[in-house]
Design a protein around this ligand. Structure first.
Ligand SMILES: CC(C)(COP(=O)(O)OP(=O)(O)OC[C@H]1O[C@@H](n2cnc3c(N)ncnc32)[C@H](O)[C@@H]1OP(=O)(O)O)[C@@H](O)C(=O)NCCC(=O)NCCS
Length: 153
């Protein structure tokens, strides 16, 4: 476990017992959330699934899929009351350090063009746009493109 600048917050691996809390947080943050099953499958598949905790409470989570020297950041989210305090950036740095220590050379992710906080987070971390994936995400009216980003470690 490692500390982040917010003093009482610790990062640790996501456990099966965390899945219900993580899925509830996910539901509070996304209009089209992952299901509890999606998180359970990710843990069982051996993806690098991590949570940030304030005491016993899960306040952020991330899912990283590593394949040889590439990784895909599948999810990263911070509870709304914790947003804007540097936790997203710290957690992203933590996940990038995990990727680097696993021998990853490039990290990919998708983000909605409409998700300005996330785009700012990734831009500040050095991610660059590689492509646009048309109609990638479900949206309230039709579909939304994804920006496909990459960061060389
Ligand atoms: C994206 C998210 C993880 C950022 O977490 P956070 O803890 O608020 O981020 P931080 O406080 O570390 O800020 C990181 C950067 O994002 C920017 N940012 C944060 N909230 C923002 C907002 N509402 N609008 C614009 N920029 C914002 C910050 O300004 C900071 O950039 P800076 O260093 O240039 O100032 C968080 O907003 C979130 O969980 N959103 C819902 C889930 C989600 O969309 N996840 C990403 C899916 S791709």
């Amino acid at each position: 476990m490692s500390a982040v600048p917010v003093p009482q917050v610790l990062f640790r691996p996501m456990r099966p017992a965390d899945v219900a809390d993580v899925a509830a947080l996910e539901k509070s943050l996304y209009v089209f959330p992952w299901s509890a099953g999606n998180f359970r499958d990710s843990v069982e598949a051996g993806y690098d699934c991590r949570v940030a905790c304030d005491g016993s409470r899960v306040i952020a989570y991330a899912v990283l899929m590593v394949a040889l020297d590439e990784a895909h950041l599948l999810n990263l989210a911070v509870a709304s009351e914790w947003q804007g305090q540097g936790l997203g950036r710290s957690f992203l740095d933590h996940m990038l350090a995990i990727a680097k220590s696993a021998g990853v050379q490039i990290v990919y992710l998708e983000v909605r063009p409409s998700n300005h906080p996330a785009r700012q987070l990734y831009k500040r971390a050095g991610f660059q746009q590689i492509a646009i994936r048309p109609a990638y995400y479900p949206a309230l009216h039709g579909r939304e493109d994804a920006l496909f980003l990459g960061l060389t470690l």
